[in-house]
Design a protein around this ligand. Structure first.
Ligand code: 1CP
Length: 356
C-alpha cells in the first residue's frame, strides 16, 4: 500500500474508504493565477517552458488540496517532434497546418524517442520535486491522447463535431488507418514513458472523442491501438486510467483495452458503469461539469450521489465527467474537494452497507 489515497484507489486498495479527488483540466483558464502566468505566452510555448509547466501544474494543487497533480501539457505536444505543424488557437483548440488525408501524409509522421521530450521530462522532474514537499503523498499523473482522438485532429485539421473525414478514412482505407494509428500509438507511448521515467506515478490515456463510434468500429479500428499503448505502460508498472466522453456503450471495451481505472462521463451513474464493466475495474468520475454553477446545496447533493454510486465499484476516484470549464468558480472546486474528503468515507461506508 502506498501513502497516496489516489494510488491506493487506483490499485484497488482504497484505504478506510477514503475518496481521492482530482479534476480533469484542474490547471487552466478557470484559475486567475493561470491566466496571469500565461499572459503573453502561447499555449504551446508554455508547454515547452519547464518552470512555467511546473508552476501551472502546481497551481490547483496549492489551491484545492486535490490528491494528485496532472501534468500541464496538451495531447498535441508529442506530435510536434513527429513533424506535425500544430498550433493551439485560443477559444478554438488545436489547428493542424497540413491535415493528414493520404498515404503521403501518414508517411510524413516520424517516430519519436524519449530524447525528443527532454523539456517535458525536465518539467515533470520539477513538479515531482515540488510535490515531495507536501505532507500527504500527491502523485503526478502523466497523460497522452489515444490514437483515435489524435487521428481525429490530424485528419479533420482541428476540432470537429461529427468526425466525418476521420470515420470515412477509417472505414474506407483500413490499411492506411491502421498504419496511422500504429504511428500514433508509438508517439503516445513514448510521450507517456518519458513522463513516467521523469517521475509520473500514474497515466491517463485520453480518448476523448471515442464515444462518437459504435462499439463494433471501436473494437475493430481503435481498441487494438489503445491496447498497444496501455500494454507498453503496463511494463512500467503504473496504474493506467482510460477515459473518453460519451463512452457508455464502449466502457467494457475500453476497460479490456488494458486499463486499471475506467473514466466515466456524467451520462450514466457510476453504479451502472460498474455493472457494464462486470465489477472488474476501478472507476473515476463523474460529476457533470455543467452543474458547477448550480446552487451549492443542490450541487453538494449531486456530489454525494456520485460518491454513493461510486461505492458500487471496487474503488472510486472522484472527478468530473469531463474537464473543468473555463467559467467554473475555483471556490466551488475547493468546496467539492472538502466535501469529498470530509463526507466521502461515511457516504461510501453507508452505501456499501446498504448493498446486499
Ligand atoms: O490557452 C489556453 O489556455 C488553451 C486551453 C487549453 C488548455 C489549458 C488547451 C487547448 N489545452 C490545455 C491543457 C490540457 N490539455 C491539459 C492540462 C492538464 C489539466 O487537465 O489540468 C490536458 C489534460 C489536455 C488534454 C487535451 N487536449 C484533451 C484531452 C482532454 C479533454 O478535455 O478531453 C484534448 C481533447 C485536447 C485538445 C485541446 N487542446 C486545447 C483545447 C481547447 C482542446 C479541445 C478542443 C476541442 O474541443 O476539440
Amino acid at each position: 500500500m502506498s501513502a497516496s489515497a489516489f494510488l491506493n484507489a487506483a490499485t484497488r486498495q482504497q484505504h478506510d474508504d477514503r475518496v481521492p479527488v482530482w479534476f480533469m483540466r484542474q490547471a487552466g483558464r478557470s484559475l486567475p493565477e493561470y491566466r496571469e502566468v500565461r499572459a503573453g505566452t502561447s499555449m504551446l510555448e508554455s508547454c515547452h517552458d519547464p518552470a512555467l509547466v511546473c508552476e501551472i501544474t502546481m497551481q490547483p494543487v496549492r489551491r484545492h488540496d486535490v490528491d494528485a497533480a496532472i501534468f500541464f501539457s496538451d495531447i498535441m505536444v508529442p506530435l510536434q517532434p513527429a513533424g506535425v505543424a500544430v498550433d493551439i488557437v485560443a477559444g478554438r483548440g488545436p489547428v493542424i497546418a497540413e491535415p493528414i488525408r493520404d498515404a503521403a501524409g501518414v508517411d510524413r509522421l516520424r517516430s519519436v524517442t524519449e530524447d525528443d521530450f527532454a523539456d517535458i521530462a525536465e518539467a515533470a522532474g520539477l513538479v515531482v520535486a515540488e510535490l515531495a514537499g507536501y505532507a500527504d503523498d500527491k502523485p503526478l499523473i502523466g497523460f497522452a491522447g489515444a490514437p483515435f482522438t489524435l487521428a481525429s485532429y490530424l485528419i479533420e485539421g482541428g476540432p470537429s463535431k461529427d468526425y466525418a473525414r476521420t470515420k470515412s478514412l477509417m472505414v474506407g482505407d483500413p490499411q492506411l488507418w491502421h498504419r496511422l494509428c500504429e504511428r500514433l500509438a508509438q508517439i503516445s507511448t513514448t510521450f507517456l514513458s518519458a513522463q513516467v521515467h521523469a517521475g509520473a506515478r500514474a497515466v491517463q490515456l485520453f480518448d476523448s472523442w471515442a464515444g462518437s463510434l459504435p462499439l463494433a468500429d471501436y473494437q475493430e479500428f481503435v481498441q487494438p491501438h489503445s491496447a498497444a499503448v496501455l500494454a507498453a505502460l503496463g511494463e512500467l508498472d503504473v496504474p493506467r486510467i482510460h477515459f473518453g466522453v460519451g463512452t457508455g456503450e464502449l466502457l467494457l471495451a475500453m476497460g479490456q483495452a488494458g486499463a486499471d481505472v475506467v473514466g466515466v462521463d456524467w451520462r450514466i451513474p457510476l453504479a451502472e458503469a460498474n455493472r457494464r464493466l462486470g465489477g472488474a475495474y476501478v472507476l473515476q468520475g463523474n460529476l457533470d461539469p455543467a452543474l458547477l454553477g448550480a446552487p451549492w446545496p443542490v450541487l453538494a447533493e449531486r456530489v454525494r450521489a456520485v460518491i454513493r454510486s461510486g461505492a458500487a465499484a471496487p474503488a472510486h476516484i472522484f472527478n468530473l465527467g469531463h474537464g473543468v470549464p473555463p467559467t467554473a468558480d475555483p471556490d466551488v472546486l475547493g468546496r467539492i474537494v472538502e466535501l469529498v474528503h470530509t463526507e466521502g468515507p461515511a457516504l461510501r461506508a453507508e452505501a456499501r452497507e446498504g448493498r446486499p
